[in-house]
Design a protein around this ligand. Structure first.
Ligand SMILES: C[S@@+](CC[C@H](N)C(=O)[O-])C[C@H]1O[C@@H](n2cnc3c(N)ncnc32)[C@H](O)[C@@H]1O
Length: 238
């Protein structure tokens, strides 16, 4: 199955994650190999019309540097503190297994050399401290996993390029499930995947993702994390 795992998408999650009160507990639904569960371990190069800002983890520059074009007001100042992280997938991918990693590489379009290099570099970061990935359908696994979130952390449930794999009625069912959970919900999905949340005149329907926070659209994003454009409705501060 298509399980493309794009660490670059952390660049469009970071403007929101970095503004939440931490420490954070991250649950990624449809995590593939879990590369997006490590927004705190990568470096970022945010390009605005007036210059570039580099954001590094507290320990110094990461071997993974993600480039993203962004509006000036949305540039994050830092990476969040992540106290706990876990993912759910129908078929979790283990980046320590060369055959499985080769499959993720096969899923990258041939001309996307930068993404191929990023996959290998991010996989090495993740392999050094592998995530907890639970195998199963998100509807079956999410409720019990939420119960494990440590006290004193801010739960964030997020997903990126996942809901398109669900039938339309299942997407609605998922929205109801996640809205009932006490946590912040980030959705980064194709512009047509959640029509009610994404029906915005500012968003071209083709080729863009829309980032929503608790169902409110906050940004139009590049599908591989290469761009972040805040929408007029961006609620500041979060
Ligand atoms: C295109 S990948 C995206 C991976 C990652 N979120 C990212 O942005 O790089 C979609 C993932 O969702 C998983 N998935 C699809 N339907 C699912 C379901 N019902 N429950 C759990 N995982 C699911 C797939 O197995 C796949 O790994």
């Amino acid at each position: 199955m298509t399980q493309t795992n794009e660490a670059g998408r952390c660049a469009v999650l970071l403007p929101v994650l970095s503004r939440l009160p931490g420490p954070l507990a991250l649950i990624e639904v449809g995590a593939s190999a879990g590369l997006c569960l490590y927004p705190d371990r990568y470096s970022y190069s945010y390009a605005t019309p007036s210059g570039t800002t580099v954001v590094d983890p507290p320990g110094g520059p990461s071997p993974v540097r993600i480039r993203c074009a962004i509006d000036a007001d949305s540039v994050p100042e830092t990476v969040p503190e992540v106290a706990w992280r876990a993912g759910i997938d129908l078929n979790p991918v283990d980046v320590r297994n060369e055959t499985e990693l080769n499959w993720l590489e096969t899923l990258i379009w041939p001309e996307h050399e930068e993404r191929r290099q990023r996959l290998r570099a991010a996989a090495a970061v993740v392999a050094a401290d592998p995530p907890r990935l639970l195998k199963g359908d998100l509807f079956d696994v999410l409720p019990a996993l939420v119960e494990e979130v440590p006290a004193g952390t801010q739960l964030v449930i997020f997903h990126s390029a996942v809901l398109a794999y669900l039938e339309r009625a299942q997407r609605e069912r998922f929205v109801e499930l996640v809205r009932d959970i006490d946590g912040v919900w980030l959705s980064n999905e194709g512009a047509q995947v959640l029509p009610r949340a994404h029906d915005l005149p500012e968003v071209e329907k083709n080729g863009h993702f829309v980032l929503t926070v608790d169902g409110t659209p906050v940004a139009r994003t590049g599908p591989h994390g290469q761009a972040y454009d805040a929408l007029a409705s961006y609620p500041e501060p979060l």
